[in-house]
Write a protein that binds this ligand. Structure first.
Ligand SMILES: *[C@@H]1O[C@H](CO)[C@@H](O)[C@H](O)[C@H]1NC(C)=O
Length: 335
């Protein structure tokens, strides 16, 4: 890639400095200009991506206590403005889902700027190809909800479409979740959407993202339960929860106030249910409250963002319609 950049930079320099040189002109003619355009475009898209991400994810924002504004900068200022090959109405959910993961990974690497840089470079070289992959997956399987070969096609997609499972837009986000589970889940989902008479691809995709996020949170809740020490929870619910949640990456969208509030709620429930009884399953009570609260929080911001984005795209359509109307009004009547 670097060699290519250097080559093109040289070519451009030569082009601007010596355009009067006839020999050079004739040799440049031999360069396939559409190929050159495509290369220049992709390099400049990548550079713009890196520049944009550098204004969103950096030490101050990643170490600060306002994750939602970082997340929303990614979704609203960057992602939804990208020329992604997905239908308009799908963009919001694609951006929301990738935003959750990119923020989580950025925060996990925040102590090392080099690692942040590596993530950005990786993201920027892949996102235009990879982000539309989920939509393609859903489009392929949407029509097969009742077919016998659903499983085969689904597994085949998961195994051959590598962009479906990159770290910033994973369809199978946990090692503990099997491909068969992903396929079963989508089959059930598409079946029930079909029964409800839902036909829009955008809704299928948006539900596909929601159930994967749900699956991801559930799998993490189970892992946390496995490593939870019940006596510690029952003895001192609030301190246990506070220590547990403090730097937990799953809850990356929550600031410190929201984490504290969630723990107050969870530890109140543990105290009420267990009352210091060691035989009581304090871990289950605590985790159920924390995760349920987080899921509600995510559902709320998801629907808010979705509505905001939908109304923005329809405003844009509306204003085009008005322009057309004005244009027509301005035209002399053809009788
Ligand atoms: C955390 O987020 C809540 C709600 O979004 C907000 O009201 C609160 O001020 C934030 N707290 C901090 C410390 O930023």
């Amino acid at each position: 890639m670097q060699a290519k950049v250097a080559l093109i930079t040289t070519a451009l320099l030569l082009l601007t400095q010596y355009t009067s040189c006839a020999r050079l002109k004739s040799s440049l003619k031999q360069i396939d200009s559409t190929k050159l355009d495509a290369t220049i475009n992709s390099i400049s898209t990548k550079q713009q991506c890196l520049d944009s991400l550098s204004h969103i994810f950096y030490s101050e924002t990643l170490n600060g206590d306002d994750p939602m504004s970082v997340f929303s900068a990614y979704v609203n200022d960057f992602c939804t403005k990208q020329p992604l090959e997905v239908p308009n109405a799908v963009k919001a959910s694609t951006c929301f889902y990738s935003g959750y993961f990119i923020l989580k990974y950025m925060i996990s690497k925040r102590s090392n700027p080099d690692n942040i840089e590596t993530l950005k470079i990786d993201f920027c070289s892949k996102y235009t190809d990879s982000l539309p992959k989920r939509t393609d997956f859903v489009k392929t399987l949407k029509v097969k909800a009742n077919d016998e070969d659903f499983d085969n096609v689904c597994i085949d997609q998961l195994q051959t479409q590598s962009g479906l499972n990159y770290w910033f837009d994973p369809i199978d986000p946990m090692v503990s979740i099997s491909q068969q589970e992903i396929c079963d889940l989508h089959k059930k989902l598409f079946n029930s959407l079909q029964k409800k008479g839902v036909t829009s691809l955008a809704e299928y995709v948006s539900f596909s993202y929601l159930i994967t996020l749900d699956l991801y949170l559930n799998a993490n809740q189970q892992e946390d339960y496995e490593s939870c020490i019940n006596t510690k929870v029952v003895q001192d619910p609030e301190n246990h929860c506070t220590a547990y949640i403090k730097d937990h990456l799953i809850f990356s969208l929550w600031n410190s106030t929201e984490r504290v509030a969630s723990c107050q709620d969870a530890s109140r429930a543990v105290t009420q249910t267990c009352n210091g009884e060691m035989g009581c399953d304090g871990c289950a009570v605590e985790l159920a409250h924390v995760y349920q609260g987080y899921q509600n929080f995510i559902n709320d911001i998801y629907s808010q963002m979705f509505q905001k984005y939908e109304s923005a795209i329809f405003t844009s359509l509306d204003s085009e319609n008005k322009k057309q109307e004005e244009y027509r009004i301005g035209m002399p009547d053809k009788v």
